[in-house]
Design a protein around this ligand. Structure first.
Ligand SMILES: NC(=O)c1ccc[n+]([C@@H]2O[C@H](COP(=O)([O-])OP(=O)(O)OC[C@H]3O[C@@H](n4cnc5c(N)ncnc54)[C@H](O)[C@@H]3O)[C@@H](O)[C@H]2O)c1
Length: 344
């Protein structure tokens, strides 16, 4: 079986939030011969991988994925690519409309072309539930279409999925595409919990919420997600040349921003102290998919189930983030609010 042979994996965006947890999992796998990280450190952090500095199997390369000729040699001898590098925040595309075109579509093309040139057979790709667009509380499954995203970020994911499909069909690659829900956990560098903690560190008497707080989406704990990615690696090796498969990776149901705000304040000991100020709009920002529900039956039937509900994920992730923050230096971008009295 291919997956039992020693393997060289390449992770784009491996110093990022999700990528660094994936590196932990790959390095704890006895079949891993080598893990190559390609990251330009735009949002990735060396500190996320510092605990592996004595593991000779990990090779970290500072590399810009927009530069095809520079990155191509790094793909030589690779068995499995995980392509995670991207613009991490859908909101950034509002101010810079080229960002998602470059960081999603062109970067994904470059990764696929480097794989083709170096005859790398297998890809696991991190897409997103944003591909489905704004379909309200409709429960989305993989066959729903056409995918009509409402953010440039979501459009970049759809374009990337299209390129993967075409490279598989034309050049015989095998790929698993995962459409993630919202990922939360320690080493976070963006997203709602990150934003709330940053605000509370500046002052804990008031918390401002973008939108009316009724936005509700499915949340996944980052280490559970990584289990799913490792499952995807195994399934990818079982595909035939030219085959690819798409899976939602999110729990049933959804958690509201109001729940997240209340739970964070509770765990920080701020429930009686902080006034929550809600906006009026149903969306957090233009292009925000305010309601998202995803069906992961297909993935469960394939053999992988997430262990927690979305609300349980939020509770657990906040606890893990608070534990992680209590070990961080005072100059870190994200730290515990000085007056917090965590319930740990
Ligand atoms: N976090 C979520 O909630 C979520 C949800 C759905 C999908 N995703 C997808 O998962 C993937 C990982 O997201 P994340 O949350 O870990 O974000 P992240 O920003 O922490 O990770 C992205 C990594 O890619 C690197 N990178 C970005 N552009 C690059 C380039 N041009 N060249 C080289 N490196 C580059 C960054 O430095 C960073 O390390 C992304 O594709 C993202 O779209 C994330």
């Amino acid at each position: 079986m291919t997956q039992n042979l020693p393997q060289t994996c390449l992770v784009t965006g491996g110093a990022g939030f999700i990528g660094s947890h994936l590196i932990d999992a790959l390095l704890s796998d006895a079949n891993t011969k080598e893990v190559r990280v390609l990251d330009n450190f735009s949002s990735g952090r060396r500190e996320h991988l510092a605990h592996h500095e004595h593991d000779a199997r990990l090779k970290i390369h500072q590399a810009e994925l927009l530069e095809l000729e520079t990155i191509t040699p790094h793909f030589h001898g690779v068995d499995q690519v995980f392509h995670l590098a991207a613009n991490p925040d859908a909101r950034w595309g509002i101010d810079n409309t080229r960002l998602d075109l470059e960081q999603e579509t062109i970067v994904t093309y470059n990764v696929l072309e480097a794989m083709r040139r170096q005859k790398v057979p297998r890809l696991v790709f991190s897409s997103s539930g944003t591909v489905y667009g704004d379909v309200g509380t409709t429960v989305t499954h993989e066959n729903l279409g056409p995918c009509l995203p409402v953010s440039l970020y979501g459009a970049g994911k759809v374009a990337s999925e299209g390129l993967i499909s075409a490279f598989c069909a034309t050049f015989g690659l095998q790929a698993i595409i995962f459409r993630f829900g919202n990922i939360v956990g320690e080493r976070t560098t963006h997203g709602v919990i990150y934003d709330f903690i940053r605000q509370l560190t500046k002052g804990s008497t008031e918390l401002t919420v973008l939108g009316n707080g009724h936005q509700a989406k499915p949340y996944v704990y980052v280490r559970d997600l990584v289990e799913g990615l490792m499952f995807g690696k195994m399934r990818c090796a079982e595909l035939k040349p030219s085959q690819f498969n798409v899976f939602n990776l999110a729990p049933d149901g959804a958690t509201s921003v109001r729940f997240i705000a209340a739970e964070l304040l509770r765990q920080l000991g701020f429930s009686d102290r902080t006034a929550i100020k809600y906006g009026e709009s149903t969306q957090g920002w233009p292009g925000d998919v305010a309601q998202s529900r995803m069906d992961s039956t297909k993935l469960r039937q394939a053999g992988f189930a997430l262990p927690r509900s979305s609300d349980e994920v939020v509770r657990h992730a906040i606890q893990q983030i608070i534990r992680w923050l209590s070990t961080r230096p005072p100059q870190a971008d994200l730290r515990l609010p000085p007056d917090a009295k965590p319930l740990l």
